[in-house]
Design a protein. Structure first.
Length: 145
């Protein structure tokens, strides 16, 4: 079994529309993320490298200084009010730590598909997102790419 692990941090804003407490207001976090990719044996590129650490970190760093929203947040989707490049649209009903982790997981799979298309390798991908010092969410799933 082989494993690649990267860590990074990013700063974002979000709000939980409909939340009964203070998280309904726009606020920000310094998030920390860890991406772990495992497989029996990684495919290698022409430099004999598997997945580039920097490419995986870019997935997390893309979120840096962005507003995380979902489709129901029409205010931040209004390009006359907010620059679209500063907004990241997540799946789900709210920009929760859970949906951030799933967003990153999907982006890791997309990256592997682009780098090593059609290899039919089973990867176990774990994404750990730490929203605050005490609040962490982890998603771990397999993908055959």
């Amino acid at each position: 079994m082989e494993k690649i692990i990267v860590h990074s941090h990013f700063h974002t804003g979000h709000r939980q529309i409909g939340y009964p407490g203070k998280c309904k207001f726009v606020h920000g976090h310094t998030w920390r993320g860890t991406i772990t990719v495992r497989c029996e044996e990684f495919p290698r590129d022409e430099l004999d490298m598997a997945l580039d650490f920097g490419d995986l970190k870019k997935i997390l760093r893309f979120l840096d200084h962005k507003m995380l929203i979902v489709e129901s947040d029409k205010t931040f989707l209004d390009s006359e009010l907010f620059e679209p490049e500063g907004v990241v649209l997540l799946k789900g009903r709210g920009p929760s730590v859970e949906n951030v982790a799933h967003y990153v997981w999907d982006k890791v799979v997309e990256h592997i598909q682009e780098k090593f298309p059609g290899r039919d390798v089973e990867y176990t991908i774990e994404v750990l997102i730490q929203e605050t010092e005490n609040n962490i969410f982890v998603v771990e799933k397999t993908a055959r790419v």
